[in-house]
Design a protein around this ligand. Structure first.
Ligand code: GLU
Length: 302
């Protein structure tokens, strides 16, 4: 496939899920993607990944946008919402179905675990329903066929990545048993449709990347470049996340927190910058941003 990303103007994005307020881990992803975009004189867009209502918290989207504003992030164009893209996701599923690349599946987590080949503790779907359902069985979800899908990409920080999707991930769900579009489908489609040229996000999403590229390739869409940043872990060694109740970013403390984010990302801001007006700190960060200064570890404590 022709690599279109190399001739398009840089466009990055930050795509939080509205499952709670932003925390220091989210600040790292937002800051890294913002500085990559700004230092390439590119655009930076916000997309709210709100396609999983059971996990969402009322008011979280507005709270996230307000926090980003308080930190001085300036985004291009209107904020987009995955919940408004369902027609595109449905059209994509229809196309995949016409091409015979997705199929209905009746398997439950339990039945998969029982028949299972497991790779590094992960259950790999063995393709049980790939050749059709037994009569009388009612489809619960749709899976995408990953047979012979070897996905390769050059991550700007992680280097060369290669996945044998069928054996390392298995046919993954693109339409869920609870009637919702799956994250891998929605994100693969949006990043391509929104002409994102580079996705900068946390290392925890590295293994999602081949799935999203597979969705794009199956639909004949081009893929962005990728750059997976180190993630922040707490003292118990867990990734900071809304699920394990990472503290929300304190709007009273934006300079210090942004300074800490730059420091976490290895940019070595001078201590005096922590007390400068936010605008000066951003200007310094944009002028001095270098991916090569980011520490090589993938998990770093705060
Ligand atoms: N919405 C996802 C999250 O907040 C991130 C999506 C992405 O960057 O691809 O974890």
């Amino acid at each position: 496939m022709i690599d279109l990303t190399s001739c398009l103007p840089y466009r990055g994005r930050f795509a939080p899920s509205p499952t709670g307020p932003l925390h220091f881990g989210s600040l790292i992803a937002a800051t890294g993607s913002y500085l990559q975009a700004k230092s390439h004189a590119g655009e930076w867009q916000i997309r709210i990944d709100d396609i999983d209502p059971p996990r969402e918290l009322p008011g979280a989207s507005d709270c996230i946008l307000k926090t980003l504003e308080q930190f001085g992030f300036e985004w291009d164009g209107p904020v987009s919402y995955q919940s408004q893209h369902t027609e595109q996701y449905q059209n994509a599923l229809d196309t995949l179905q016409e091409k015979g690349l997705v199929y209905p599946c009746v398997c439950t987590r339990k039945s998969i675990a029982a028949t299972q080949t497991s790779s590094a503790g992960k259950n790999i779907y063995p393709g049980t329903c790939r050749n059709g359902l037994a009569e009388g069985n009612k489809a619960r979800m749709l899976r995408i066929n990953t047979q012979q899908a070897i996905i390769q990409f050059e991550d700007k920080l992680q280097g060369h990545c290669q996945y044998d999707l069928e054996n390392e991930v298995g046919d993954f769900v693109v339409f869920r048993a609870d009637g919702l579009f799956a994250y891998q489908l929605a994100t693969g489609i949006d990043d391509a449709n929104q002409k994102i040229t580079e996705v900068v996000r946390g290392f925890d999403l590295l293994d999602s990347t081949p799935c999203q590229i597979h969705v794009q390739q199956s639909l004949g869409l081009s893929s962005p470049d990728y750059c997976h940043l180190p993630i922040v872990i707490n003292s118990a060694g867990q990734k900071l996340s809304k699920q394990n109740l990472a503290p929300a970013l304190d709007p009273q403390n934006v300079q210090q927190l942004l300074w800490q984010a730059l420091n976490f990302l290895g940019q070595k801001p001078d201590t005096s910058l922590a007390n400068e007006p936010l605008i000066n700190l951003w200007q310094w960060a944009i002028d001095h941003w270098q991916l090569s200064k980011i520490p090589p570890e993938n998990q770093i404590s705060q």
